[in-house]
Design a binder for this molecule. Structure first.
Ligand code: SF4
Ligand code: SF4
Length: 280
């Protein structure tokens, strides 16, 4: 069972839900923090890190001695990441999507691959939970390859919980693709509703069963609930706006540790998810 915990916008409590769900379950769990631009699940789960690996993306480098300036590499590149300017061929590594097309088409075998650092992947454990996260290099714009690398370390544990990046663009798709269930965390505000609608559109395009958690459920208005009802999206949990929960979060602690009655609620949340995922 692979569950991706996602949200249309940041700051909705996605990591709170994902981490508390992970520690509430009795089954073997692995936790993948794929919010690689701003990973913070480790602040709550506090895993003991055992491995750290720098991840590189292959990018082209040109041997000017062999290059005849034919322009075939620039023609095939869809991202304008390699161009012929005057008497030279210039690769722009930050724009490169590492497709290898230019290497393939070069008739002179003048292009080889070098590496652009994407970031690091760290792996560790916390009380039986296997933990993996990625940290995108500052200034790096392309997070999907790093997210895919984090996911490639998923082991045979029975339950995988993915903390997905916020939004609805390529990074979140990389964190949702192929999962069994997407748990969308939102808040009952106009901004929350707007971003939720976009997120639901993305999940439906991928054809993944999904449900909602409404965080800070007693602020704002009823439009998120009305939308969920109209669209037949099950609301699986509501978390009220509670000072004690906010304080727990602010000191890097988990709700289920400080307020044990939440543990049962998160277990029930998992049961509902398992039921809905089974019916897919
Ligand atoms: S590897 Fe692909 S994206 Fe990168 S420069 Fe070559 S053709 Fe363009
Ligand atoms: S395809 Fe090869 S030979 Fe042609 S311009 Fe590019 S690097 Fe030079």
């Amino acid at each position: 069972m692979i569950i991706s915990v996602a949200s249309g916008k940041g700051g909705t409590g996605k990591t709170t839900v994902a981490t508390n769900l992970a520690v509430s379950l009795d089954e073997q769990v692995q936790f993948l923090d794929c919010d690689v631009e701003e990973p913070n699940a480790h602040l709550f789960l506090k895993p003991r890190m055992e491995h750290k690996e720098t991840i590189w993306a292959p990018v082209p480098q040109v041997d000017e001695e062999r290059c005849t300036l034919c322009g075939k590499c620039a023609e095939i590149c869809q991202f304008k990441a390699i161009v012929v300017i005057g008497e030279t061929v210039l690769p722009f590594h930050e724009l490169c999507h590492s497709c290898g097309g230019c290497v393939e088409v070069c008739p002179e075998k003048a292009i080889t691959e070098t590496g652009r650092e994407l970031g690091v992947v760290e792996r560790g454990h916390r009380n039986g939970i296997r933990f993996i996260h990625g940290l995108l290099r500052v200034g790096e714009a392309m997070s999907p390859p790093l997210i895919k690398k984090v996911r490639s370390y998923a082991g045979p544990e029975s339950i995988t919980i993915i903390d997905a990046p916020p939004g609805t663009s390529c990074p979140v798709i990389a964190a949702m693709n192929g999962v069994d269930f997407v748990l969308l965390v939102t808040e009952p505000t106009p901004f929350g509703l707007y971003d939720l609608e976009l997120a639901v559109g993305a999940v439906r395009t991928l054809g993944i069963p999904h449900g909602l958690v409404i965080n800070r459920s007693d602020i704002g208005d009823d439009r998120v609930r009305m939308y969920a009802k109209e669209e037949k999206i099950p609301v699986l949990m509501e978390i009220p706006f509670d000072r004690a929960i906010a304080e727990t979060y602010s000191i890097g602690r988990l709700m289920v540790e400080e307020m044990p009655h939440w543990k049962e609620k998160f277990r029930n949340l998992y049961k509902d998810i398992a039921q809905l995922a089974k019916g897919k």
